[in-house]
Design a protein around this ligand. Structure first.
Ligand code: ADP
Ligand code: ZN
Ligand code: ZN
Length: 740
């Protein structure tokens, strides 16, 4: 910024000073000045170096000018009204500090993309008209029948949108004439939530449900955390619905966070049909303008329910009364790329700052949340029976160790599938792997097709006839010969959804085989189509990944077959067992939800594994107690808190060297503070060391004392900000990491 363009502050030239957050990976905000006061949360345009950027006012300074000095001016204020309210700024500041993420980037993560650009808010407003209260209204409308009609449709204080007027047969010209006479005026209306009033009779809650709703509602306007632990199909959603009803009835708003985009529309339909209130869904699959417009609706204070994924945790909601997180154990609440934060932590903090209840719901709560209930920080609400009276599915563990590599199903599994189809019911085959086969191998020299940019094998995809990397999205043609020994004998090894679909089509040619994975649901509406097909209740086989495990409710699905869960039984990752059991219970819970009993078959090579015993007995609590004891003994979360310091560099080992010096610095610091209880790991490669040609390393810090851990992270952070993030080197602090 040059001297000439800076503003000069003198005692007779009053200026206002602001801290501005911009969307860059910077840990500080910047001070700018303006000749007028600007409300907090307003978007402005500022010059940074040679470019102009959108910024947000996150603080005002109250300085009395004593000496003359110059400071950079704000170039422009984008809107008349703030974009985010002070609560959102406060939440962003807390999140930034707790998760060590740059405040500006974080605040912008919470905004819809459209508003990250310098587009004014009122470009999302619609045209509307108001009466002006003209003294000669009557005489001016004499003999103007059409104008009188239009005028009658308008109010003095609440504008009517032009589209509503046009829909009622009013002509644009008529409105123009009325404006000319000064009887009405044009105005802009901010996006307003709407709904079709429909109110189906509510279900009568059972005793456990009633107790749960009551416990939460009694906490109105007070901070409190609740775990709603209810087995699959126990009526948790019904409890959410009644909680919503109660808060809406006193004019408040409810924020309902879900892990998957795919679940929002289904849930919205269910709530809308019961609640006579706007139900707004917010997720990343919406067009930019639509998402921004819905986000702006959440600035209104009328009662409404917002259903959203991760970043919706910080949408404005001036009258928020309660926050609900469904499937609270789901790892997608934690953003694992870019800005790293956990929506569950943010939701709890928001509830605390606002003084309101937050409900975490799950059939398989995270061990973190369970521990909080054992230690009585959270109140434990339980639903122990299926609400429809249906029983939990029967489970059966099938030995798959004797299958040859080309066999997918055991003979027993096949005959159970056959019997289920014959009795006109539906089957789900669950495998957490899309594509045809996870590897393509040379029969002669055992060469395996690998990604050129990542340390992983390429997945064979038959539908696109390509070899895809699931980590960097690279696509390659399928090789005809082995590049190493020139042999033409290459075979797919292992199986994914496509291959199972293929096999099942051969084995069960008379039944529809439906595949549901990321590839088969890319087109708009395809997920809906699959869902509707299943809801038709005719016999079929659904082959799906993780996607099918969550939330869906298919009454005629009575058999679930789980393939390939063995990796999770013996993984390096200490959370793998927890995640696996959660998944098994979730997908198992998809079968037999209505009046017909369900069953689950798990095919495994490790039939005696203790985790599978817990599954057979549907004893999640038993597993949790045992696993928690184990974690306590060896100092793992939730007893010890963790943070990863991650660094990656392009093509060389710069990141490794740099992290090694940070490791040394931290260890020296610890030596000088012998009383500290913080463990610092060696510098180690990430689980996938090279990804998109980035070489990735990390140091893991852990401590039973959150304050001490944060103190060490501060030390690391000071070191790191001396290490500029460049096009060739990136680093991030990952608090409460879920992966390595
Ligand atoms: P969850 O969210 O725990 O999986 P849902 O709320 O979806 O469970 O309920 C499962 C099924 O039970 C749904 O079909 C729902 O309509 C039904 N249900 C829920 N509560 C009741 C109730 N109190 N009486 C009768 N049926 C209920
Ligand atoms: Zn070969
Ligand atoms: Zn790759």
């Amino acid at each position: 910024m040059s001297e000439q363009t800076s503003l000069l502050l003198t005692s007779d030239n009053p200026l206002y000073f602001f801290e501005i957050a911009i969307n860059r990976p910077l840990f500080q905000s910047f001070t700018y000045a303006f000749k007028k006061d600007i409300p907090m949360g307003s978007r402005v345009i500022v010059t940074v170096g040679n470019s102009t950027e959108v910024g947000i006012v996150i603080e005002k300074h109250l300085i009395t000018p004593e000496v003359d000095f110059s400071i950079n001016p704000i170039d422009e204020v984008i809107d008349d009204t703030p974009t985010v309210n002070s609560e959102v700024i406060e939440i962003a500041k807390w999140t930034s500090q707790y998760f060590f993420q740059p405040i500006g980037e974080l605040l912008f993560t919470f905004l819809p993309n459209y508003l990250k650009q310098a587009k004014p808010l009122n470009s999302l407003y619609t045209e509307g008209y108001l009466r002006t209260n003209h003294p000669q209204t009557e005489s001016l409308l004499k003999n103007a029948k059409k104008q009188q009609e239009a005028f009658n449709l308008l109010n003095e204080n609440a504008p009517t949108s032009k589209s509503t007027l046009l829909a009622q047969g009013i002509k644009s010209n008529t409105l123009l004439e009325l404006c000319k006479k000064g009887l009405i005026e044009k105005t802009l209306i901010p996006p307003t939530p709407s709904y079709t009033s429909e109110s189906n009779a509510p279900l009568k809650l059972n005793q456990e449900q009633t107790n749960a709703v009551q416990a939460v509602v009694e906490h109105k306007d007070q901070f409190g955390c609740f775990l709603l632990e209810g087995i699959t199909g126990s009526g948790k959603t019904e409890v959410y619905l009644h909680i919503c009803k109660s808060f809406l009835s006193v004019g408040q708003q409810v924020l309902l966070l879900v892990p998957e985009i795919g679940l929002t529309s289904q849930l919205a339909e269910r709530l809308e049909s019961q609640l006579n209130t706007p139900v707004i869904t917010l997720h990343s699959n919406l067009a930019n303008k639509e998402r921004a417009s819905r986000w702006l609706q959440t600035q209104q204070s009328q009662p409404m329910v917002i259903i959203g994924t991760r970043s919706a945790v910080a949408c404005p909601l001036p009258n928020l009364g309660c926050i609900i997180l469904d499937e609270e154990h789901d790892s997608s609440f934690k953003q694992q790329e870019g800005i790293r934060y956990h929506s569950r932590s943010v939701a709890i903090k928001r509830a605390q700052l606002r003084g309101l209840p937050v409900v975490l719901g799950s059939a398989t709560p995270s061990l973190e949340t369970l521990t909080n209930t054992y230690q009585q920080r959270f109140q434990h609400l339980r639903l122990t029976k299926r609400a429809t009276g249906a029983r939990l599915p029967k489970t059966q563990i099938q030995d798959a160790s004797t299958l040859n590599p080309d066999q997918i199903f055991t003979a027993d599994t096949l005959s159970t599938i056959k019997a289920t189809l014959a009795s006109k019911q539906q089957v789900l085959v669950f495998i957490n792997r899309r594509g045809f086969a996870p590897t393509l191998q040379c029969n002669q020299c055992h060469w395996v097709a690998e990604c050129e940019q990542c340390d992983v094998a390429l997945t064979l995809h038959q539908s696109t006839n390509s070899m895809d990397c699931h980590h960097c999205e690279a696509k390659h043609p399928i090789p005809k010969r082995c590049p190493k020994c020139n042999s033409p004998y290459l075979s797919p090894l292992g199986y994914g959804t496509e291959r199972i679909e293929h096999e099942l089509i051969q084995t069960f040619p008379d039944f529809p085989i439906i595949r549901m994975d990321r590839d088969s649901t890319q087109n708009k509406g395809s997920l809906e189509k699959i869902r509707n097909q299943l809801l038709e209740d005719s016999p079929c086989i659904l082959v799906g990944t993780q996607m099918v495990a969550k939330g869906h409710n298919f009454p005629n699905l009575t058999l679930t077959v789980v393939l390939n869960c063995d990796n999770g039984l013996y993984s390096q990752d200490f959370r793998a067992k927890e995640t696996l059991l959660q998944n098994l219970i979730q997908v198992g819970g998809r079968s037999g939800r209505a009046d017909k009993p369900g069953q689950v078959i798990i095919q495994t090579s490790f039939v005696d594994h203790p985790l599978l015993k817990f599954f057979e007995q549907q004893d999640y609590q038993g597993f949790a107690k045992e696993e928690l004891t184990h974690r306590k003994n060896i100092g793992l979360p939730p007893y010890h808190h963790q943070a990863a310091i991650r660094m990656q560099s392009l093509m060389d080992n710069k990141a490794f060297t740099q992290l090694m010096s940070l490791e040394q610095a931290l260890k020296t610091y610890k030596t000088n503070h012998p009383g500290d209880n913080v463990e610092i790991s060696l510098t180690m490669p990430a689980a996938i060391e090279r990804k998109s040609n980035w070489y990735r390393y990390l140091i893991m810090l852990s401590s039973p004392d959150r304050k001490q851990l944060h103190h060490y992270l501060n030390v690391a952070h000071h070191f790191l900000i001396q290490t500029p993030r460049t096009r060739k080197l990136k680093w991030v602090i990952d608090v409460d990491p879920l992966d390595t």
